[in-house]
Write a protein that binds this ligand. Structure first.
Ligand code: ME8
Length: 505
């Protein structure tokens, strides 16, 4: 199987923050999981560089827009390895190939009679890059604001429109026959009821500024930034060449987005695609929104969380783990220093790290640095193995439905069981009385620790490489399909150092 996994392409009006990092790490986890399963993957991210919001930021910084976006895009690109993410491609909407793809999509829509010229008169929010009906806005003492809190302006201009209203029934039919195509399910319901509420034709070009992709044969119009931006997903697969290997192999894709931009992905994008004779996305997952110590993260509040700072402070895998264990993927989450420390100390340092440390140092000291598979296991050992099989089953089930926190919880519940097994079997007390049994216990614990480590790989990859190194194993040798057979009968251990030091509050 092949999977095309995408992040939104981020606006370059500002530097990346924890919210952007969160989505990118989510896609990295899903891609690594998919790799573990033996699938072929394409992980795409990039930057959204046109539109009024970016143009305004360039002007504010007294820079030429192209120079400005070149500089700002680089910040997003540089962050990726710092997040421990391994992408396949980084796309920018100012690239030539993207302009060609977006114009081809436009022409296709035009040829398919999906576009007409008219006038737009209504509300527009530059911050959200979105058109709003007055009925959607919030009334304040001084006028109206968008539901997101962003300011809105009244605009009146000539505009091309996409016949979105024509796609209402097709979208409803598509979603009703594909109820898993939008996750979590609550978001699916939200989208479906939005569509059922009626769709209006969508303004897809602007004439009052220039920073965008030109509309073919209408030089005074630039494309609405969202039609330009959404098209990035297929540009990366060689659109308009829908016969190319990568398009055929990887489309339709899986889009991971924040809940703020679900409507663009789940309503406009599938409609554009169907109208251009392209299949809609395979899946759209909308995750929640992070706040900082209970407050909305915003530049004006001055509480932006810089991903470099928190990774330097707490550690990369500690942050990756916290973000995806603490909050069900899909829900909103609050970023608090106390909860990072509590979570990391309880799960990574105590439950998992201590287990590795105490068993491996015991083996190094008392079992000639190795453990070999015994001829027989006792019932208690077999019960421990059986319980792992259940853990694996649940892990796979949860990962398939993007419930990353549940998948992790399963592993850590199981690691608690392994710790109890160690306590009751007390290998240290067997050293002088029953050496053979001691090695059996040590082998059983080591085997289960390694298996759990493999399942943790998508979330904390660099730590797992270190853990596997203790056992002379490499992640490259395995995937979940050869899981049962890949472990050697004798596991030889290397010297260890604690991998997850406790975070002091
Ligand atoms: O919307 N919590 O770009 P953008 C969680 N260019 N996620 C957050 C977040 C937070 N506090 N803040 C941002 C755009 N995000 C468009 C997308 S795609 C064709 C075009 C994440 O720079 C989340 O994924 O505003 C959200 O959807 C995205 O950043 C918005 O990034």
């Amino acid at each position: 199987m092949s999977n095309f996994i995408t992040t939104p392409i981020y606006y370059v009006n500002d530097v990346p923050h924890i919210g952007h990092a969160y989505t990118t790490i989510a896609c990295d986890i899903l891609t690594r999981y998919s790799k573990l399963k033996g699938n072929e993957n394409f992980f795409l991210t990039g930057t959204d560089e046109h539109g009024q919001k970016v143009e305004k930021a360039a002007l504010f910084n007294k820079k030429d827009p192209q120079n400005f976006v070149d500089e700002m895009s680089q910040n997003f690109r540089d962050l990726i390895p710092y997040l421990g993410c391994e992408i396949d491609e980084f796309i920018r909407t100012t690239e030539k190939r993207h302009k060609l793809a977006a114009q081809s999509l436009w022409n296709k829509l035009k040829d398919n009679d999906q576009i007409y010229l008219s006038n737009y008169e209504g509300w527009y929010s530059i911050r959200d890059e979105a058109f709003y009906l007055e009925s959607e806005l919030i009334k304040t003492d001084t006028g109206f604001i968008a539901p997101s809190g962003a300011p809105v302006d009244w605009v009146k201009e000539e505009s091309y429109f996409f016949k979105l209203s024509k796609w209402e029934d097709k979208l409803i039919e598509y979603y009703e026959t594909n109820p898993e195509s939008i996750l979590p399910h609550s978001r699916y319901n939200e989208v479906l009821s939005f569509i059922k509420g009626g769709l209006k034709d969508l303004s897809i070009s602007r004439t009052t500024f220039k920073w965008g992709i030109k509309v073919p044969e209408a030089d005074n119009h630039v494309m609405y930034v969202w039609i330009d931006a959404l098209c990035n997903y297929i540009t990366a697969l060689n659109y308009p060449n829908t016969e190319s290997d990568s398009f055929k192999k990887f489309w339709p894709g899986i889009h991971v987005v924040g809940k703020d931009i679900l409507r663009f992905h789940a309503v406009y994008w599938p409609a554009f695609l169907m109208a251009a004779d392209i299949e809609p996305p395979k899946k759209i997952f909308a995750h929640g929104w992070w706040t900082n110590e209970g407050q909305k993260i915003s530049k004006s509040v001055g509480n932006i969380i810089n991903p470099y700072d928190i990774i330097d402070k707490y550690g990369l895998d500690q942050i990756r783990f916290f973000l995806f264990r603490e909050i069900p993927f899909g829900n909103d989450g609050d970023f608090s220093k106390d909860s990072i420390a509590t979570r990391v100390n309880a799960d990574l340092s105590n439950n998992y790290g201590n287990l590795i440390q105490r068993i491996s140092s015991f083996i190094l000291k008392n079992s000639d640095s190795k453990v070999s598979k015994p001829k027989n296991f006792k019932d208690t050992d077999l019960n421990l193995f059986k319980s792992f099989d259940e853990t694996l089953y649940n892990y796979l089930k949860h990962m398939e439905s993007f419930k990353i926190d549940r998948a992790l919880k399963n592993i850590f519940d199981y690691l608690s069981e392994v710790n109890s097994y160690v306590d009751t079997q007390a290998p240290w007390s067997l050293k002088n009385t029953d050496y053979e049994r001691m090695v059996e216990v040590l082998y059983a614990v080591t085997l289960m620790t390694i298996k759990c480590s493999i399942l943790l790989y998508p979330v904390i990859p660099s730590s797992i490489i270190k853990v596997l190194n203790i056992y002379n194993l490499s992640i490259n040798d395995l995937n979940l399909t050869n899981f049962k057979n890949f472990l050697p009968d004798t596991i030889i251990l290397n010297k260890t150092k604690p991998i997850f030091p406790r975070i002091e509050l």
